[in-house]
Write a protein that binds this ligand. Structure first.
Ligand code: GUN
Length: 287
């Protein structure tokens, strides 16, 4: 049986990272600018700790000014907002990221919207979401941007394709739908209230799963030759990291498939770096 082409996000991310590092060196040399990224992490969520560590490592490797603010689990909303206010006014910082999810007592919406849109390298602020919805340039959410970059890299022309996104989150599903619409796909977004998930999956030419739970999609539903992008990152009880989709069985049906780990994850971090450079250039009047 045919086996799908593996979409190698790790390799593409490494290649892009080199370009970003070179661009950062040129910004320092020619304009005296160093992109600055502030990452805020609240509490002890182990997955968030890993993601933040990876983001910081990459920022340092790219030559950025990189700072981490670790706040305790029981920090008050006022203290978080005060920190963001400081960072909004800090000239050495061009990108601010508050790692999600937040502890339950904090108002995620208010915190996300308190970040200056010009420093919103996650692209979660209403201003930037609005820009994307209106097809205008702005800071775009990193995971959907990373998926679009991978499709482009593999020469996958999504225009006119039926793209089926599973999951309607603010971080992935919704902005993913807007990116795909922008580039001419016909988009279906399914979510927890969707009836007949199987029928939608069976009609996908491009399937993007962002559920965060393995085992919901039966690989038998995947149309032969479809492009499968797995955004889910799930830690199994035995410690293994898997996506939403069973890679081995899906690879027997798909035309292209992204693995977990090594697929979309590294691209998300890379797009964060790209957004931070974009923001630094914008502040310097170079963009
Ligand atoms: N949690 C999971 N993904 C993300 C992301 O892309 N950005 C932030 N800030 N938090 C996340």
């Amino acid at each position: 049986m045919a086996t799908a082409i593996r979409i190698d996000g790790k390799a593409k991310a490494a290649e892009l990272s080199e370009k970003i590092t070179a661009e950062t060196a040129a910004l320092a040399r020619d304009h005296g600018i160093k992109p600055g990224l502030a990452v805020v992490i609240i509490g002890e969520d182990p997955a968030s700790q890993v993601y933040v560590r990876n983001k910081q490592r990459r920022a340092a490797a790219c030559g950025f000014h990189s700072v981490k603010h670790a706040l305790p689990e029981d920090v008050s909303q006022e203290d978080v907002l005060a920190l963001i206010d400081d960072l909004n006014g800090d000239d050495a910082i061009h990108g601010i990221l508050v790692q999600l999810p937040l502890p339950g007592h904090l108002d995620e919406g208010a915190i996300t919207q308190s970040i200056s849109p010009a420093k919103d390298v996650d692209g979660f602020h209403a201003f930037n979401v609005g820009k994307l919805a209106l097809r205008q340039p702005g800071l775009r959410p990193c995971t959907p941007r990373g998926v679009m970059s991978l499709l482009h890299y593999y020469g996958i022309a999504n225009r006119s394709m039926h793209a089926v996104i599973i999951g309607a989150s603010n971080i992935v599903g919704r902005p993913m739908a807007l990116e795909l619409l922008l580039t001419g796909s016909t988009v279906t977004v399914s979510h927890r209230f969707t009836r007949n998930l199987e029928d939608h999956v069976r009609s996908a030419e491009l399937l993007i799963s962002a559920i965060g739970k393995p085992g919901i999609i039966d690989s038998e539903w995947i149309p032969r030759g479809a492009i499968v992008v797995d955004v889910g990152i799930n830690r199994l009880p035995d410690g293994r990291l898997v996506g939403d989709i069973d890679f081995a069985s899906a690879a027997q049906r798909a035309g292209w498939i992204s693995p977990v780990p090594g697929g979309v994850g590294p691209m998300t971090i890379t797009m964060l770096m790209k957004n931070t450079v974009q923001s630094a250039k914008q502040f310097a009047g170079l963009a």
